[in-house]
Design a protein around this ligand. Structure first.
Ligand SMILES: C[C@@H](C(=O)O)C(=O)SCCNC(=O)CCNC(=O)[C@H](O)C(C)(C)COP(=O)(O)OP(=O)(O)OC[C@H]1O[C@@H](n2cnc3c(N)ncnc32)[C@H](O)[C@@H]1OP(=O)(O)O
Ligand SMILES: [Co+2]
Length: 134
């Protein structure tokens, strides 16, 4: 069902510092900050030849990543995003086998303008999974 790795997301306490580090220390192609108010985050995408890194920082008061950054004040790997062809079929299959789909259960439009869903980390080996329909 899952296809390519779309991105690995890293929650960071200082978005500018993290972007500068990827640009200068690692020589990466770093995009501009992108506010995603519907998701409670500001993101910066880093384009790698085979995938992307998504730097995440809280936006607004009730960001879903606040708790994670409190537990991991230096930052940390927050989620992995896999591509799927049909997000509704993927969701219904996962629900039917008891996996918890987060939020309302309806896909939201993600940072690439495509529908996304999240699966509870406790159901996936401690790793928060995002699915993106491509
Ligand atoms: C823009 C878009 C895009 O790419 O298009 C994005 O990525 S938006 C990216 C931001 N959006 C999201 O993450 C949306 C989905 N996420 C959520 O709904 C939430 O973050 C949850 C995953 C439910 C966690 O929420 P919260 O931290 O408030 O809950 P909680 O403290 O009760 O956590 C429950 C347990 O899960 C663990 N936990 C929390 N966040 C985790 C993470 N990212 N990876 C692995 N484990 C995690 C906690 O440590 C805790 O474990 P213990 O009980 O063992 O201590
Ligand atoms: Co993401």
């Amino acid at each position: 069902m899952i296809g390519r790795l779309n991105h690995v997301a890293i929650a960071v306490p200082d978005l500018d510092a993290a972007a500068d580090q990827y640009r200068n220390a690692l020589g990466a192609k770093v995009g501009a900050p992108q506010a995603e108010p519907d998701h409670g985050v500001t993101v910066i995408f880093i384009e790698l030849p085979n995938t992307k890194i998504e730097l995440l920082h809280p936006l607004g008061d009730d960001s879903p990543i606040n708790g994670f950054l409190e537990k991991n004040p230096a930052g940390g790997i927050h989620h992995i995003c896999y591509e799927v062809d049909d997000i509704i079929a993927a969701r219904d299959h996962l629900k039917s086998i008891g996996a918890r789909v987060l939020g309302t259960g309806e896909p939201k439009i993600g940072a690439h303008g495509k529908p996304v869903l999240f699966l509870h980390p406790k159901d996936f080996n401690g790793a928060l999974v995002e699915l993106e329909e491509v």
